[in-house]
Design a protein around this ligand. Structure first.
Ligand code: PMP
Length: 290
């Protein structure tokens, strides 16, 4: 059957899933997106993803031509059409086609597409052993220029940061904000663990309010750990007992070195493993069934 992509109101084949070169999402990154995952027929926290999408849309004054309920159904229908019960889903809304000018008033109608595919961000071995990370020289976009709560199509900052990691022979990069506080990874949130206490940077420093991050905060609390949302620096990363990254695409990935400083004993830590274990349980139950 091949993959079926939802594009502008219809399901089309991968080869037919094409958009105009005049789409402002392509020309200017003028649009928003969500990355979502389903696990054994359960779309993990789909309601939260849809809500964040509509919040992003509201913030950039982009009118989505579907209700939140309709969009929820479209995500589930895309999975059903592709006979996928476990998949990564990319939901994109662009400002649509306009002319070469910046003005969004020349765009007539948002464009919506939904892709569902199998995707693993890192190899199974890396999830098992943990990844090496470096601190990126490129800082995160300032929140007063582009609010991190808007999950926009402007990902060049993130891509430049990911390139720094790969150029250094690492898998991921730790990102600082313009004040030098740790914010997140290229496309993941970050947690450090020290003496049994988990700390993640507060969203106001410039991090996305990740849905996986929120799930981990809740799970860690239920497991009896103290979780803090406080600013911290590179130094706190180096001296942490454990470091891990969270995100829909990345899921939970242990970090075993940062800038060639070994984290803890150089292997994924016990708290990271416990939280990962608990996470693999809830992703199959907490959400919307397709
Ligand atoms: N930060 C950034 C910059 C991201 O792109 C993502 C991935 N969406 C995350 C954090 C993690 O967010 P979530 O857990 O909602 O996928």
């Amino acid at each position: 059957m091949g993959s079926q992509i939802f594009l502008d109101g219809a399901f089309v084949s991968r080869d037919d899933a094409k958009v105009s070169v005049f789409d402002h999402g392509l020309l200017y990154g003028d649009g928003i997106f969500e990355g979502i995952r389903s696990y054994d027929g359960n779309v993990f926290r789909l309601q939260q993803h849809i809500r964040r999408l509509y919040d992003s849309a509201k913030s950039i004054a982009l009118e989505i031509p579907y209700t939140q309920e309709e969009m929820t159904d479209l995500v589930c229908e895309t999975l059903r059409r592709n006979e996928l019960s476990s998949a990564y889903i990319r939901l994109v809304v662009t400002r649509g086609s306009g002319d070469l000018g910046l003005s969004p008033t020349n765009c007539h109608g948002a464009r919506v597409f939904i892709i569902a595919e199998q995707l693993a961000m890192f190899s199974a071995a890396l999830y098992e052993q943990g990844i090496h990370a470096v601190t990126a020289a490129t800082r995160r976009n300032r929140s007063d220029s582009l609010n991190p709560k808007i999950k926009s199509l402007n990902y060049l900052n993130n891509i430049l940061i990911k390139m720094e990691a790969l150029n250094a022979g690492a898998s991921e990069a730790i990102v600082l904000n313009s004040e030098g506080y740790v914010v997140e990874g290229s496309g993941e949130n970050i947690f450090v663990v020290r003496d049994g206490v988990l700390t993640t940077p507060p969203a106001y420093l410039g991090a996305l309010e990740g849905i996986t991050r929120q799930a981990v905060i809740e799970l860690a609390g239920e497991l009896g750990y103290v979780v803090k949302q406080e600013p911290f620096t590179q130094h706190d990363v180096y001296v942490a007992d454990e470091v891990f990254l969270t995100g829909t695409a990345a899921e939970i990935v242990p970090v075993i070195s940062v800038d060639r400083r070994t984290i803890g004993n150089g292997a994924p830590g016990s708290i990271t493993k416990r939280i990962h274990e608990a996470f693999t349980q809830i992703v199959r139950t907490d959400g919307v069934r397709i």
